[in-house]
Design a protein around this ligand. Structure first.
Ligand SMILES: Nc1ncnc2c1ncn2[C@@H]1O[C@H](COP(=O)(O)OP(=O)(O)O)[C@@H](O)[C@H]1O
Ligand SMILES: [Mg+2]
Length: 291
């Protein structure tokens, strides 16, 4: 695999007429708070709103984007990492024209991949020749190198929290390493499984109080997804709630989040395609993973 610097110097702009791709990483620190639910429904809501969207599952340990969407992958990211296929071979078409790159459960965890392999993977993604407007990256729990690398390479990071003490603590730990070691200076906070709207804001305030004291990072409150039995039911049916139950409370909230995400400042630069994903990675100020 080429070194990051070699990639940076050999990369030439392609598809310069394309709009830059918006890359959104979804992370949380703690597992089970709703990263995959958010990634699946946000990407589908974006696709339904007319944005050509790719959903990338980077959780090689507990991958379940394909399970949540009822897809049967022939190849996964694990096959790409093992050299059995090209990244392009893994791309599936999901509901609503959403493109999906599935991962594989129970395979090597991202934490076990070397920094070089992460960069190689990001490079392979940057070479994917799909005409996309947005890419949503579902990440693994924890603060493993791979999670940090994908967050660093994205333009926007959504950190999902829910009302459990460990969730806020782990979100803080994640934001701390992103900010101190990876040069991430702005984070979107999304509260999930809230019992009422005020709870979402309270979770944000709690996190904001500590980050503003100790870290040089700007948190924005993206909103809240209610705890919703329809979402659970959709998971059981292996469908996204925005598809299966479009008028459920969580589906309405996901559409609103997608609307807000679409209004974020457009990615800078005239470059097309996903190449900037790599550029971000190699040009970020602090880049221990890419070193
Ligand atoms: N807003 C919600 N309302 C109800 N249940 C939810 C909600 N978000 C997540 N869940 C439940 O929590 C489970 C774990 O969510 P998941 O998205 O897989 O979390 P993560 O990817 O962070 O591990 C889901 O299978 C679903 O049953
Ligand atoms: Mg998950």
């Amino acid at each position: 695999m080429p070194s990051p610097d070699a990639i940076a110097s050999t990369e030439t702009p392609r598809n310069a007429s394309h709009k830059p791709v918006r890359v959104i990483a979804v992370a949380s620190g703690k597992g089970g708070v709703g990263k995959t639910s958010v990634s699946v429904n946000l990407s589908l809501a974006l696709a339904n709103a007319g944005q050509r969207t790719l959903l990338l599952d980077t959780d090689l340990g507990l991958a379940n984007v394909d399970v949540m969407l009822g897809l049967s992958p022939r190849f996964t990211l694990a096959d790409v990492m093992a050299g059995r296929c090209e990244l392009a071979d893994t791309v599936l078409e999901g509901p609503g024209g959403l493109w999906v790159v599935p991962s594989a459960s129970g395979k090597r965890h991202m934490a076990e991949l070397s920094a070089r392999e992460h960069v190689g993977l990001v490079h392979a993604i940057s070479q994917l020749d799909l005409p996309i407007d947005a890419m949503v990256v579902d990440t693994a729990a924890g603060i493993a190198d791979g999670v940090l690398t994908f967050c660093q390479a994205a333009q926007d990071v959504i950190v999902v929290v829910c009302d459990e003490p460990a969730s806020v603590t782990d979100a803080y730990a994640l934001i701390k390493v992103l900010s101190r070691e990876r040069g991430v200076n702005r984070v979107q906070v999304l509260s999930n499984q809230v019992a009422h709207p005020a709870e979402g804001r309270q979770l944000f305030d709690k996190l904001e109080r500590v980050t503003s004291r100790f870290l040089d990072v700007t948190l924005s409150y993206l909103g809240a997804i209610p705890r919703d039995e329809w979402l659970r039911r959709a998971v059981q049916r292996q469908e996204a709630v925005v598809e299966a139950f479009p008028s459920s409370p969580s589906a309405l909230a996901f559409r609103e989040i997608a609307r807000r995400a679409s209004q974020w400042q457009a990615p800078a630069g005239p470059r097309g395609h996903v190449e900037f994903f790599l550029e971000r990675l190699v040009s970020a100020p602090a880049r221990s993973a890419a070193a």
